[in-house]
Design a protein around this ligand. Structure first.
Ligand code: GDP
Ligand code: ZN
Length: 458
């Protein structure tokens, strides 16, 4: 397949010290040479070198920009194609002008993620690695970044490929026995197959066991702070946000329909739900407090229920306890600097074995305890586990579950003494599900859709 030559501005929009225009494809060098004036023609320089010079309008020879040009020849490049990177003075106009020139000279404007897509199409990375690149761009904490980086390095891909190879080997044995039935007893074949695919299934289970933490690291833990008006919800949110530097959530080219705030809690990204609601003027919240809390609950993975220690429990508090019956929840008893009016034995009866943290947000006391309690609830054994492969991507999780289910079907068929080739069909399907994770059996449409989520110029 012949791919055309693409170009884009690869640095973020806006002003900066420099901006980079990236070109990839067969025509990269010829295009650059038509515009570049320097000591040598770029086609004559060594690969992976950088060169000072000027860009001109080829038609008039008018100077357009002072530039540094990096020449990266295939195949040792990000896309495995010839790549030219033009460093220009930062500024919207200059980068745009150079890009226009490159496009006039014959490159096509790259679609979002198209450079990474090329790396995939040209076999440099697989799909799970490409997805890791995207996760790295979007990572909100160091830990999330580490998980994504391992995925980019191809660790998950290697494990998936090894699982696939083992399934294939299991099928291959069966193949031999279908062709030469007298060569081996069918029951022995089936036993060996069962052992092999059971081992693969166990490893899939191990991967799936990391999915919960992995997904939290990747997407943030959806957290709802709820409680009656005036108990201290806004104060709590502000304390969390101030303590933990809200993380940049700006993803170029995406729109957010809900107002969200991220907090980096000991490496765990908390995604605070409905911060707009919490921030609204109190008289509005007053009217819709409990109702709004219920709404925030609909997407919450963690609930922080705030109570006021300075007042007796109310029926509204009890209603909120009832509403969070099925949730992971932490109860915060706030305003402990004031006279205690709440009946603690009543509180204890309601919270059962959920963690209770006492705070005085006014005096900035107890916030550390709360943070520790949240981290403990979700990352009991710690997220460090440097040697572990995390599955963090919903697409991967779905496919792993499908692979696991089809291996189950194969095992059931084998145990029910079904014909060997029936068992083989199920194992082959499991092999295909795993292949979709690394992109070997993924449909084109899916691939297009995945890469379209990238930023422009990546
Ligand atoms: P929300 O309606 O639940 O969001 O509550 P706010 O966070 O807006 O707090 C309501 C009032 O309680 C504000 O005047 C806060 O300053 C005050 N407040 C919050 N936390 C404490 C605390 O720990 N002790 C005391 N004494 N006042 C607090
Ligand atoms: Zn408030």
């Amino acid at each position: 397949m012949e791919l055309d030559t693409i170009a884009a501005i690869s640095t973020p929009p806006g002003e900066g010290a420099i901006a980079i225009i990236r070109i990839s494809g067969e025509a990269s060098l010829p295009i650059a040479d038509r515009m570049y004036r320097g000591k040598q023609k770029l086609r004559d320089v060594d690969s992976h070198t950088i060169h000072y010079g000027h860009l001109v309008q080829p038609a008039t020879n008018d100077t357009v920009e002072e530039v540094m040009v990096t020449v990266l020849r295939a195949p040792k490049t990000f896309t495995r194609e010839d790549i030219i990177e033009i460093n220009v003075h930062g500024g919207v106009v200059s980068a745009d002008r150079v890009l226009q020139l490159v496009l006039t000279e014959g490159a096509r404007l790259a679609e979002p993620g198209e450079f990474t897509k090329r790396a995939f199409l040209n076999g440099r990375i697989d799909l799970s690695q490409a997805e890791g690149v995207m996760d790295m761009i979007r990572a909100k904490t160091d830990r999330a970044m580490n998980v994504a980086m391992k995925q980019v390095e191809g660790r998950l891909a290697r494990q998936i490929r090894s699982l696939r190879t083992r399934l294939l080997e299991a099928i291959a044995h069966v193949e031999v026995n279908i062709d030469y039935p007298e060569y081996d007893a069918e029951s022995v074949t089936l036993e060996r197959l069962e052992t092999q695919i059971t081992e693969v299934q166990a490893e899939i289970d191990q991967l799936l066991a990391t999915a919960h933490q992995g997904k939290i690291l990747r997407e943030g833990l959806a957290t709802a702070i709820i409680g009656r008006p005036n108990v201290g919800k806004s104060s709590l949110m502000n304390a969390l946000v101030q303590d933990n530097r809200a993380i940049v959530t700006e993803i170029p080219g995406t729109t957010r329909d809900v107002l969200e705030e991220y907090v980096n809690l000991k490496g765990v990204p908390l995604r605070l739900i409905d911060t707009a609601g919490i921030r609204e003027t109190e008289d509005v919240v007053e009217k819709i407090g409990v109702e709004r809390s219920r709404q925030a609950l609909s997407e919450a993975e963690l609930v922080v229920l705030v109570l006021n220690a300075n007042e007796a429990l109310t029926v509204e508090d009890e209603a909120l306890f009832a509403a969070i019956a099925d949730f992971n929840a932490i109860v915060v008893l706030n305003k402990t600097d004031l006279k205690k009016e709440i009946d603690e034995s009543q509180v204890h009866a309601l919270i059962g074995d959920r963690p209770l943290v006492t705070t005085s947000l006014l005096k900035e006391e107890g916030i550390e305890d709360l943070e520790a309690a949240i981290a403990h609830l979700f990352f009991d054994e710690g997220v460090e586990g440097a040697e572990m492969n995390y599955v963090s991507n919903t697409r991967h999780i779905v496919l792993l579950n499908q692979a696991k289910a089809t291996i189950n079907e194969a095992l059931e068929a084998a145990q029910a003494d079904m014909p060997v080739d029936m068992v083989q069909i199920d194992v082959t399907r499991a092999w295909e599900h795993l292949g979709e994770i690394v992109g070997e059996t993924a449909p084109d449409q899916l691939i297009d859709q995945l890469f379209s989520q990238f930023c422009l110029g990546k």
